[in-house]
Write a protein of this length. Structure first.
Length: 327
């Protein structure tokens, strides 16, 4: 029997996934889930056949340029690949795969949860209850804003954007979107979505903005200070994509000055660090990057990682190859 490939997994994954990896590969697991240092990642890249990183590992040029000759596949556990230097990987002929599709619905659910939480002040209400200061119902108590009938502008109409659009219609929101490419007319009709070629124009007309595009060099600070200024004073911004897509200091300043109504953020520019000013604001709902955090989702992601590795080591093209030009 041919030697099994050495697969180094950087974080703790669901038991079922780890067990299957042990059966199929010579898997080196991280059972106590301590994030690996850059030095440890370099060591791993030197000896592994396959590396399985997550969003918390920065697979940069330093790591890739010191990778051993055996490293031919990086099978990332997650959809976003902005933590991997794709260009250097390509130059070194290292294939990159990700896990698209299986976290779409969970992330879209979390987007809706954040929209509702920020507009209906759910976290604030919870904090009030736990503080023991609630005096009982009053007609003017804890007033938020209705979302039914409002306009939702989705930035990035990929899988997750579309899943958000489907949910949003059920909540009575009218769906608008900006995307590099306009989606097919049939899909637009199905989602009853209005396309805006100009992001600027869409931003200035929406009640709620949801960021659902990947973080790439082209989307870094897509919601720049200038663009954020275009938002209406009553607008909410929700981000379940990547913190880097929004200029976080500019957003924070606007929230402090109530130049927009609020924000729901699951992701941050310098994770796990969070701007301390955000922590002091009541008009933001903050979550610890948990958009796709369901047991089912993590198992499905792990299954995808296994399929990608197995097909690759068996000499086939893995299904979830990341092609830079398609990002
Ligand atoms: C994942 C994510 O949990 O898949 C992504 O891109 O942002 C998350 O939902 C994480 O990336 C796992 O590596």
């Amino acid at each position: 029997m041919a030697q099994k490939p050495l697969v180094i997994v950087t974080r703790k994954l669901p038991d079922a996934i780890e067990t299957r990896m042990m059966e199929l590969f010579e898997a080196r697991l991280n059972l106590d889930d301590r994030p690996m240092t850059q030095a440890a990642l370099i060591e791993a890249a030197k000896i592994a056949d396959v590396l399985v990183p997550t969003v918390t590992d920065h697979i940069d040029a330093a790591i890739l340029s010191q990778a051993g000759p055996k490293l031919k596949l990086i099978a990332s556990f997650g959809t976003g690949v902005d933590h991997i230097d794709l260009k250097t990987a390509r130059q070194r002929n290292i294939t990159i795969t990700n896990t698209p599709g299986v976290l779409t619905e969970d992330t879209a659910d979390m987007t809706m949860a954040l929209i509702l939480a920020v507009a209906r002040r759910i976290s604030e209400g919870e904090r009030l209850m736990r503080s023991g200061k609630w005096q009982g119902w009053s007609p003017m108590g804890m007033l938020g804003h209705r979302i039914h009938g409002k306009r939702l502008g989705i930035v990035g109409m990929g899988r997750i954007g579309q899943a958000v659009a489907r949910r949003a219609r059920g909540f009575g929101l009218s769906v608008h979107y900006h995307n590099r490419r306009r989606v097919q007319t049939s899909l637009e009709q199905q989602l009853e979505a209005t396309y805006w070629e100009s992001l600027d124009q869409m931003l200035s007309r929406m009640d709620i903005i949801s960021v659902n595009c990947p973080h790439t060099p082209a989307t870094y600070h897509l919601l720049s200070a200038r663009r954020l200024k275009l938002l209406q004073k009553h607008a909410y911004v929700v981000n379940t994509s990547r913190g880097e897509v929004i200029d976080e200091p500019a957003l924070t300043r606007m929230l402090e000055r109530h130049e927009i109504a609020g924000a729901g953020l699951d992701v941050f520019e310098h994770e796990p660090a969070v701007n301390p000013k955000l922590l002091r604001l009541d008009n933001v709902v903050l979550l610890p990057h948990m958009g796709s955090a369901t047991i089912e989702g993590r198992v499905d992601m792990g299954e995808k990682v296994i399929v990608n590795i197995k097909t690759f080591v068996d000499g086939h093209k893995p299904p979830d190859r990341v092609i830079e030009s398609m990002l």
